[in-house]
Design a protein around this ligand. Structure first.
Ligand SMILES: O=C(O)CCC(=O)C(=O)O
Ligand SMILES: [Fe+2]
Length: 318
C-alpha cells in the first residue's frame, strides 16, 4: 500500500517522509486535507455525472480548445506515451481558465457547471491550499536553499505564484463501462503526468494502476475510521525535472471492467518558470539525468513542456 501522509503536519520529519514517498513511489495518499468527503468530493462526482449523462451533441457544444479547456469526447485523447495506443475510450471536461484571485472559472461552461460555479471555485481554492502545503513540505524535506544558502521552504510555492499566469486544470473524467474487448485494455493509456503535482479522486475506489518498475499495481485506498477520504497525489514531470529525477514521475494507467468516474486536479507552475534542478545538496549529490533542454540549449519552461506533452496526447493519429 502507498504511504499515507498527514499534510497538516509540516514538520521536518513529516516532510522527509513525504519526500521519501515521492522519491521511491512517486505516488502517495494524503490525509487531513481540506476536501470534505460529503460536502465537497461527493458533490463533485454528482455534478460530473450530471454532465456526462448529457447527450454527445450537447457535450460537443463545448469542444476542447487550443487552450486546453472544454470537452474531450471518447477516443480523442491518447495518453499511451510509447505510441502504441489506439485512443482512450474515456471522456473528459477540462476547467482551466480560472482567475487565481477568486478562483472563478472564466470559460464557456455547460449549464451544470455554470450553476455550480461558486462551488467549483471553492474546490479550486482548496486544491491550491493543498498544493501549497505539499510544495512547502517538499522544499522542507529536500532542504532547498536560496542563492545565499539560506533555507527556502517557499521555493515551489513561489513557482505556483497566484499572480502569474498558469494552466492548472480541474479535469472531470468518465470511463464508460468498457466493451468485452476493452476489459483488459488501457482505458487511459500508460503515461506520466505533465505538470508539477496531480491529485486524484476515483469512483469506485479502483482502476488506477501504477508501474512499480517490475509490474502494474493497483492503487488501493484504505477506508478511514473518521470517514475522511484519502487523496491520491502523484509527482509529475516538472517536479522530476526540478530534482534531476530524484522525485519520480511514475508511469500510470487506468484499467477497469466497470463504469468509472475520476476527478483529477493537474497542478501547473506558472508558465514562465524554468525547469532546472533546485539548489539542494541532496539533489546535487543525486546522480540523475532527468532534465532536458529546448532547441536553444536552455532548460524548458513550464509552458513549453506542457504544450509538447499536450501535442503528443492529442495529435498522435496523423
Ligand atoms: O482517471 C484517473 O484516475 C487518472 C487519469 C490520468 O492519469 C490522467 O488523466 O492523467
Ligand atoms: Fe495521469
Amino acid at each position: 500500500m502507498l504511504p499515507v501522509i498527514d499534510i497538516s503536519n509540516l514538520s521536518y520529519e513529516n516532510s522527509k517522509k513525504l519526500v521519501d514517498a515521492a522519491s521511491s513511489h512517486g505516488f502517495l495518499l494524503l490525509k487531513n486535507h481540506s476536501l470534505d468527503k460529503n460536502m465537497t468530493i461527493d458533490r463533485l462526482f454528482t455534478i460530473s455525472k450530471q454532465f456526462f449523462d448529457l447527450s454527445l451533441d450537447i457535450k460537443n457544444l463545448f469542444p476542447r480548445s487550443q487552450e486546453n479547456d472544454g470537452y474531450v469526447a471518447p477516443m480523442v485523447e491518447d495518453l499511451q506515451q510509447d505510441g502504441t495506443g489506439k485512443g482512450d475510450p474515456k471522456e473528459a471536461f477540462n476547467i482551466t481558465h480560472f482567475n487565481l484571485n477568486d478562483f472563478i472559472p472564466h470559460q464557456n461552461l455547460p449549464e451544470i457547471y455554470e450553476e455550480n460555479k461558486l462551488f467549483i471555485s471553492s474546490c479550486l481554492k482548496k486544491y491550491y491550499s493543498i498544493l501549497h502545503s505539499v510544495c512547502k513540505m517538499l522544499a522542507i524535506g529536500l532542504e532547498v536553499k536560496d542563492n545565499d544558502g539560506n533555507p527556502n521552504p517557499d521555493y515551489f510555492v513561489n513557482a505556483h505564484d497566484l499572480n502569474l499566469k498558469t494552466r492548472s486544470a480541474l479535469r472531470l473524467l468518465h470511463y464508460p463501462k468498457p466493451s468485452k474487448e476493452y476489459e483488459n485494455e488501457n482505458l487511459a493509456g500508460a503515461h506520466t503526468d505533465y505538470g508539477s503535482l496531480t491529485f486524484v479522486l476515483q469512483r469506485p475506489h479502483k482502476g488506477l494502476q501504477i508501474f512499480d518498475g517490475d509490474e502494474w499495481v493497483n492503487v488501493e485506498i484504505p477506508e478511514q475510521d473518521d470517514g475522511q477520504e484519502l487523496l491520491i497525489v502523484n509527482i509529475a514531470d516538472m517536479l522530476s525535472f526540478w530534482t534531476n529525477g530524484y522525485l519520480k514521475s511514475t508511469l500510470h494507467r487506468v484499467r477497469s471492467t466497470e463504469e468509472r468516474y475520476s476527478v483529477v486536479f493537474f497542478c501547473q507552475p506558472a508558465d514562465v518558470i524554468v525547469l532546472e534542478p533546485v539548489n539542494s545538496e541532496l539533489i546535487k549529490n543525486y546522480n540523475g539525468n532527468m532534465y532536458y533542454l529546448n532547441s536553444n540549449g536552455k532548460p524548458l519552461t513550464a509552458l513549453e513542456h506542457l504544450f509538447i506533452r499536450l501535442e503528443q496526447g492529442y495529435n498522435k493519429k496523423k
